[in-house]
Design a protein. Sequence first.
Length: 216
Amino acid sequence: MGVVQSLGELPYAAYLQKFEDDRLEHDGNYTEVHLDQVELDGGEATSAKFIESALTQVTLAEVGLERARFSDVWLSRNRWVGVRLIEAEWLDVSMLDSSLAGVQAYGSRMRRVTFQRCKIDTLNLRGATLVDVSFEDCEINELDCAGAALTNVTFPGTAVRNARMSQVKCKKVDFRGARELDVADGADSLRGAIVDERQLIELGPALAAALGIIVK
């Protein structure tokens, strides 16, 4: 089953209520809520819950969403800058055609999450747990997965640049189909990852440096 591409296709679309507040609340409950063309600058929404909700054309700047929970959430054409998703939980989430910059999501947990056609600059996933996560046709610059646990994570059509993979735990991580794969450090921690022949050649210098092999 593919990713839902329009708001009206969501199974809970008919129940969505328009978000009419001027900020997100700490421990707020946003069930069956539609945030549309909302711009929020700053503020704390720690432990907020977004359940069967949609966020479209939402701009978040320096918003704190630590330990927030996103469950059955659809996000389209969002722009998030400096958002803090530390120890947040994402379950059955789709993010489409969005831009993320400077997002802090270390220690977060993501399961059955799809990023599609997104531009991502500086994403911190240190110590995060990702299961069944797909980055499809994305541009990812500065990806930090140090110490993360990645299971069944794929990157079809995606350019991954300057990835930091030190001490990452990989299980069925599949880079085949990625347009680019540039690992800045931690290439020796990619045990369990799947790459194609071209990517193996591209990873050669990083693997040699990580293993202390001198090439002359």
